[in-house]
Ligand binder design. Structure first.
Ligand SMILES: [Ca+2]
Ligand SMILES: [Ca+2]
Ligand SMILES: [Ca+2]
Ligand SMILES: [Ca+2]
Length: 214
């Protein structure tokens, strides 16, 4: 292999590694870590890069997860898993537990839930999932979000941060497995070694081009 094709080889290989890294899908299995709590103190912290959570709703019908977000468009959806017909609800909170966005039903034909935020600034967040109709409340027992099925909602004016959940969940209807899909909770960070290799290859290639021109 001559010098130019060797450089080309490295650049290509590093590029492939980079693509492979960003394409990885990471599933967080709630049961491997015990039941996620429903308060800020008992939330389960998911790993950076997680793009799917497989969990179970059991009494008191709510799970809370914390995650870090690198900024940009945010989308998350939730639905019952293994053909379980769970009527899910999703709630997004900031790093201090103040409400950002909520959704119960995607539309009139689906009990699944989704939240999308055009630009969610980088930082720490909490994502809550519950089944209809268990809703988050602040320390004064005020509902944090409007109790409405269709549509995405901002928090009710003047409410405090997440303290607990209230609801009338039915044991027969409110328990079961769910899947949450992120797009994605954190922007994947390429491994430094891969970036260095990629950078070195590009620099070398540029250098060779320059020399060849002379
Ligand atoms: Ca759970
Ligand atoms: Ca729980
Ligand atoms: Ca629903
Ligand atoms: Ca509700």
């Amino acid at each position: 292999m001559n010098k130019l094709s060797l450089h080309f080889f490295f650049v290509t290989m590093a590029g492939i590694c980079l693509l492979a890294n960003t394409a990885n899908s990471t599933v967080w299995k709630e049961k491997n870590h015990g039941d996620a709590g429903q308060t800020l103190a008992t939330a389960q912290a998911i790993l950076d890069g997680t793009d799917q959570i497989n969990g179970w709703v059991t009494e008191p019908y709510a799970d809370l997860f914390s995650f870090s977000w690198n900024g940009g468009a945010f989308k998350v959806s939730a639905t019952g898993r293994n053909s379980s017909d769970l009527d899910t609800q999703l709630f997004l909170f900031d790093g201090n537990g103040f409400g950002i966005r909520s959704n119960d039903d995607e539309n009139n034909n689906s009990d699944a839930s989704f939240i999308s935020v055009a630009t969610l600034t980088s930082g720490n967040y909490y994502l809550g999932i519950s089944t209809f109709n268990t809703d988050p409340v602040d320390a004064n027992k005020n509902l944090i979000f409007p109790d409405t099925c269709i549509g995405q909602f901002s928090p009710n004016p003047g409410v405090g941060s997440l303290s607990n959940w209230v609801g009338d969940g039915d044991k027969n209807l409110s328990q079961g497995p769910y899947t949450i899909t992120f797009n994605k909770p954190t922007a994947p960070v390429p491994e430094p070694a891969t970036m260095l290799l990629f950078g070195t290859g590009l620099a070398g290639l540029a250098g060779l081009r320059k020399r060849n021109k002379k």
